[in-house]
Ligand binder design. Structure first.
Ligand SMILES: NC(=O)c1ccc[n+]([C@@H]2O[C@H](COP(=O)([O-])OP(=O)(O)OC[C@H]3O[C@@H](n4cnc5c(N)ncnc54)[C@H](O)[C@@H]3O)[C@@H](O)[C@H]2O)c1
Length: 346
């Protein structure tokens, strides 16, 4: 079988990771790297001798032997680049967030569908071993009913010029939350602030209410002295902490919680024993340590070759963009916003 040929568009911070991972898959080869900053590309020519470095997108789109493109450019360019690639008959692997607006996402989903092409968003964390494990715990009801999802993703920088911190860092947490909970929020409330003349929020807190009083909260910042990557998920049976900064034991499952006594009748019950605390064991299970992007790239190639829908397809990208749009509206208005039933899961 001939190699699956890929062109990587955008070779800034993230693009080289795509080149490395596509080249590492034995079924694929990176045929092109396309970026307008040709001077910057020069120094990489010797590293990847078989890759053609170009600033001309048409070279990729007109190459009939090119199967797919992988797009790692600024968010505002995602839609025009992905649309051009799909219309040229290429499968598309695209960085998060899928597009700048939900209408653009819907258009890409339609074009990919009409042309039987794979459109996959790189919601990288969905392919991360620890989060796959947590998904399994939730599916097997090991945590019980989920009560809350709380994520902190803060560090110093990198200030983006085109999107606020929710679209940059928060997109990861929304994709993770969407994957783990499998439902869309009913209400969204965001506050944030900007400390530069860009007026783009660099600190933001996003709170979401789901069915059955489930609460989601995301704290993202480019203005933190330390890097924190922590998600805490509380269930009625167990609670789990995911610490991505930890070198080992990224997932810890705590047998902790509360038991409430129903219908207390006597005064001592009301005041002393209505809530009982459970302090059980902590376990740190093993998980797949494969690089998440490697798994994502492998999944994309599988789907492009088989025609199967990717786990993070256009609809997954659309749900995240819809939540980001709601968050932006709440940021601007200072209001709690109801989310329409058409926003995603029903
Ligand atoms: N999945 C992840 O974990 C992850 C991590 C970082 C960034 N990203 C995403 O990757 C994308 C790129 O982010 P980055 O940090 O690499 O940005 P970057 O600014 O470092 O690099 C973007 C590159 O795209 C090039 N570019 C701009 N317009 C182009 C065009 N029309 N055609 C070809 N190239 C073009 C720029 O010259 C630059 O080299 C963003 O969507 C970002 O959200 C994802």
């Amino acid at each position: 079988m001939r190699q699956f040929r890929v062109g990587v568009i955008g070779y800034g911070y993230w693009g080289p990771n795509l080149v490395r991972n596509f080249n590492d898959d034995p079924r694929a080869e990176v045929a092109y790297v396309c970026d307008p900053q040709v001077a910057m590309l020069e120094k990489h020519r010797t590293r990847y001798r078989t890759v053609k470095f170009t600033d001309n997108l048409d070279e990729l789109l007109l190459d009939k032997e090119l199967d797919a493109v992988a797009i790692a450019t600024p968010v505002d360019t995602h839609y025009p680049l992905a649309k051009a690639a799909l219309l040229a008959g290429k499968h598309v692997f695209i960085e998060k967030p899928l597009c700048r607006t939900s209408a653009q996402c819907e258009d890409l989903i339609r074009i990919a569908g009409e042309n039987n092409l794979t459109l996959m968003v790189d919601h990288t964390f969905i392919y991360h071993g620890p989060l796959r494990l947590i998904k399994k715990l939730i599916e097997q009801a090991d945590l019980g009913d989920i009560l809350f999802f709380n994520s902190v993703r803060v560090n110093l920088g990198n200030f983006q010029r085109d999107v606020n911190v929710l679209w940059d860092l928060g997109a990861h947490d929304l994709a993770i939350m969407d994957y783990l909970l499998g439902q869309s929020p009913l209400e969204v409330f965001a506050i944030g602030s900007s400390h530069t003349d860009s007026r783009l929020a660099d600190i933001a807190y996003l709170t979401m209410k789901f069915e059955h009083d489930l609460i989601g909260h995301i704290n993202v910042s480019w203005l933190s002295p330390v890097k924190v990557r922590q998600i805490v998920i509380g269930g009625t049976k167990r609670m789990v902490v995911f610490d991505d900064n930890s070198q080992v034991e990224k997932v810890r499952i705590y047998d902790k919680g509360i038991e409430t006594m129903n219908q207390p009748t006597t005064a001592p019950q009301i005041y002393s024993s209505r809530i009982q605390y459970r302090h059980g064991d902590m376990i740190a299970p093993v998980y797949d340590v494969t690089e998440a992007l490697r798994t994502a790239v492998r999944h994309f190639i599988d789907c492009a070759l088989s025609g199967d829908l990717p786990l993070t397809d256009g609809h997954s990208g659309l749900r995240v963009v819809k939540m980001l749009e709601q968050a932006d509206q709440s940021l601007a208005s200072g209001k709690v916003l109801p989310v329409g039933a058409e926003s995603g899961y029903v």
